[in-house]
Design a binder for this molecule. Structure first.
Ligand code: PHB
Length: 401
């Protein structure tokens, strides 16, 4: 079998790349070891940067997002008994973010790819990527029906996440890896209850961080900082709601509770592998980098990577120009490192560090006060949150741009 781009991973990065390439007449095969049902059901991130939402719209994927997504013009930062609003529209010249779950983005992408007759293979096994430093790397996998396939490609895109097979297929000594664990995790819930807030609340409390997000007018998404080795069984519903009520407590405001229908604990890490390319293998999204979720950057980095990659692959495979492909890694890593810094900064400002001394607590409070009181400091948070650097859409000729 033959394709131009073999794509490993049917998450947002892999599916969006396949879609953007198809808009430019470039053929791809997408494989994933998970089932379609699993991929569209996982509760994941929820915030699209300004540029990510524009890109999805320009690529013809924005119809349901614009109907069901909720545009937010800011966030609240809460600490020390106050809840301060940061107005992104005012601070960034009109930019906003879109609250629209990653799950929904993936659903829209799977539907669009399948409607276009794309080759999408779920539940594959024994995926391998070989001959990466040749002109024709090979993607091998066993399809759900047990048949082994060998696809000769011009390029392979590793969009298979942190635990995928692509990054470890790069020979030892090529990648430089940066890795940090955090002594925190997030316990996240989805609950059948209207959000108690109009915009996201990021709260620091001596008990630990809490985040009030949402999914729809009927569904709230909430998170609590917990220890990384915490078990879900230690958190019955009442303990979760009690923890959330304490951390969000504010005079004259109440947190409504409801049926919890999804829960999970997510560890946090910062990870970057450089460069994001080896020969004809290009890494994108979590396969190359992980950020802690406090900055809402993970999904947006994946979208930015494949926007840059699609433009580079169109130039390489359609026009025979390698310059953009050669610049891919450096171009992406500038944004990745900005997001890595921002996510780490937000995380350390908002989480209770085990064993933190009184001085560290005072410094944290001072940082929170400064960020909400100073227009310069608030602008810095806002421009990072809505997306920095702004995603360029003019490199790709898109139908709706
Ligand atoms: C979410 O809605 O799941 C969400 C929102 C903001 C974050 C992280 C997760 O920073």
């Amino acid at each position: 079998m033959r394709t131009q781009v073999g794509i490993v991973g049917a998450g947002p990065a892999g599916l969006l790349l396949s879609h953007l390439l198809a808009l430019h007449g470039i053929d791809s095969v997408v494989v994933d070891h998970r089932s379609r049902e699993h991929i569209v059901a996982r509760a994941r991130a929820g915030v699209l940067e300004h540029g990510s939402a524009r890109l999805l719209r320009a690529a013809g994927l924005g119809a349901r997002m614009d109907r069901e997504g909720i545009e937010h013009g800011g966030i609240y930062l809460q600490y020390d008994g106050v809840r301060e609003h940061l107005d992104f529209r005012d601070l960034t010249g009109g930019r906003t973010v879109m609250v629209y779950a990653q799950t929904e983005v993936v659903k829209d992408l799977v539907e669009a790819r399948q409607a276009a007759g794309a080759r999408l293979e779920f539940e594959v096994a024994d995926t391998r990527v070989d001959e990466l430093d040749s002109r024709h790397p090979v993607l091998r996998y066993t399809a759900a029906d047990g048949v082994r396939h060998e696809v000769v490609c011009d390029v392979i895109a590793g969009c298979d996440g942190f635990h995928g097979v692509c990054r470890p297929s790069i020979p030892d000594g090529v990648l430089r890896v940066f890795d940090r664990d955090y002594p925190y995790a997030w316990l996240g819930i989805l609950a059948q209850v209207p959000p108690s807030t109009d915009e996201l609340i990021y709260a620091y409390h001596p008990d630990g961080f809490a985040l009030h997000s949402l999914r729809s007018p009927q569904v709230s998404r909430l998170y609590l900082q917990v220890d990384p080795d915490e078990q879900l069984s230690a958190w019955p519903d009442e303990r979760i709601w009690e923890g959330l009520r304490r951390r969000f407590a504010l005079d004259g405001w109440e947190l409504a509770d409801g049926l919890i229908f999804d829960r999970s604990i997510t560890p946090m890490r910062s990870f970057v592998a450089e460069p994001m390319r080896y020969g004809r293998l290009f890494l994108a999204g979590d396969a190359a980098h992980i950020v802690p979720p406090t900055g809402a950057k993970g999904l947006n980095l994946a979208i930015a990577d494949v926007t840059v990659l699609a433009e580079a692959l169109v130039a390489l495979l359609r026009d025979g120009r390698p310059e953009l492909a050669d610049a891919y890694s450096d171009e992406c890593l500038r944004r990745v490192w900005r997001a890595t810094h921002f996510s780490r900064w937000m995380t350390s400002m908002l989480h209770r560090a085990p064993g933190a001394d009184a001085m560290r607590e005072q410094l944290r409070l001072s940082q929170l006060r400064y960020t909400t009181a100073s227009r310069a400091a608030a602008t810095s948070l806002a421009e990072n949150y809505v997306g920095y650097p702004p995603l360029r859409l003019d490199g790709l000729d898109l139908p709706g741009a």
